[in-house]
Design a protein around this ligand. Structure first.
Ligand code: NI
Length: 388
């Protein structure tokens, strides 16, 4: 099935939905207007169930195939939230909310999945049930996890789950995916070093947390270079180092913090253990104490190999075989779709957004020229998964 004719027909209307969402960005869980728009549309399309307030402000719609409920159940997911960024591009549909904008294209993701929802509700050319998940707070709020904690899987069971993200730098009309790790885990560490403050002219009476902190920063570099397998990616970045207020005082404490990224859950666990051990032992060498707080963020986004093959196959059917990369490089950014993939097999695919500004850039805009491709992929994917 090539680009769906019906998808192309719906593009002008879906573009209006997308640009309306773009004008009214909402961040994290405060996606009240957006969720309302989504729920109203799903009801208007004739969905069998529409449930609001899942995971605070998420929306879940269930659509049964031509033979009603029963049979296989699959889930399709879009994110609805914007970012706390001031938009700088002078587009006609520019954000009307100061300090907030759709800088990651979630307006496009929501509009495309709504377009697919409408077409699938009209045609119902499938057997089984499609669970449509519209989630809040992808950008740092773990909205997918909150929906899971609110009983997403128990209330709206599904056997497989799929997600899509637009990607600047990939041509419009192209898709990219890979089996295994697609995006990184992102954890945060904070190391409080307690020394002994005193006069800067009498260092022998102090334990200098600045010196200790400097050694900790250096020692942390050994984790990636000496502990991690060279063939498995890991990042340990110290991004903050705060200590002292003046020139003639050795401070009492120093604070380091930073981020850890990995593409493998086992590497992630090992790096965490090393961050703790290296910081604590290095501080102890100098008679100081290091308190390490390690906060797990989003897990690794791991694509199931079979689901990946199917997602790529469907993309090839939509845009042609030469337009789909099945060996994309993973990205060290993180994505909370990973929580859903921890529970059920599935796949997460990138769709080209052309030469736009990058994700999270104040001049970014979703390319409406990509809508037909995204809608067609969603529809073809659902019909393939739930073919009779
Ligand atoms: Ni995003």
């Amino acid at each position: 099935m090539p680009l769906l004719n019906r998808a192309a027909d719906m593009v002008p209307e879906i573009t209006l939905w997308r640009q309306d969402l773009h004008r009214h960005p909402e961040v994290l869980y405060a996606v009240h207007r957006t969720a309302g728009v989504v729920a109203d549309k799903l009801r208007a399309f004739g969905f069998d169930t529409v449930t609001e307030g899942v995971g605070r402000t998420g929306v879940v719609g269930e659509l049964h195939g031509r033979n009603g409920p029963g049979g296989r159940r699959i889930a399709l997911r879009a994110d609805m939230d914007a970012l706390p960024i001031q938009e700088i591009a002078e587009v006609p549909h520019k954000s009307t909310v100061p300090g907030a904008m759709h800088a990651c294209g979630h307006d496009g993701h929501t509009a495309m999945l709504l377009g697919a929802a409408r077409h699938l509700a009209e045609t119902r050319a499938f057997d089984g049930t499609i669970v449509f998940i519209f989630q809040p707070a992808e950008e740092g709020g773990a909205g997918a996890r909150t929906m899971l904690e609110d009983g997403l899987l128990e209330r709206f069971p599904f056997e497989e789950v799929y997600g899509l993200h637009n990607m600047p730098g990939i041509d419009v009309g192209r898709f990219a995916i890979r089996p295994g790790a697609m995006m990184a885990s992102a954890d945060v560490f904070r190391i409080e070093i307690e020394g002994r403050g005193g006069h800067a002219a009498k260092p022998q009476t102090t334990i200098d947390p600045v010196l200790v902190g400097a050694h900790v920063v250096m020692a942390l570099q050994s984790i990636v270079s000496r502990n991690a397998d060279p063939l498995s990616a890991a990042v340990v970045s110290v991004t903050q180092f705060h200590a002292g207020d003046t020139n003639n005082v050795i401070p009492q404490t120093a604070l380091l913090s930073g981020t850890v990224r990995t593409l493998d859950p086992a590497v992630r666990t090992a790096v965490e253990a090393r961050v703790r051990a290296v910081a604590e032992a290095t501080a102890a060498v100098y008679g100081a104490r290091a308190d390490v707080t390690y906060t797990p963020g989003y897990p690794v986004t791991v694509n199931d190999p079979e689901a990946t093959r199917l997602a790529a196959d469907v993309a090839r059917a939509v845009v042609g075989p030469g337009q789909v990369t099945e060996t994309a490089d993973p990205m060290m950014g993180a994505e909370d779709f990973s929580y859903l993939l921890e529970k059920r097999p599935g796949a997460y695919i990138f769709m080209g957004n052309g030469p736009s500004a990058g994700l999270h850039h104040p001049a970014y805009d979703f390319d409406d020229g990509a809508i037909a491709y995204g809608v067609s992929w969603w529809v073809a994917l659902a019909e393939r998964l739930l073919a009779r």
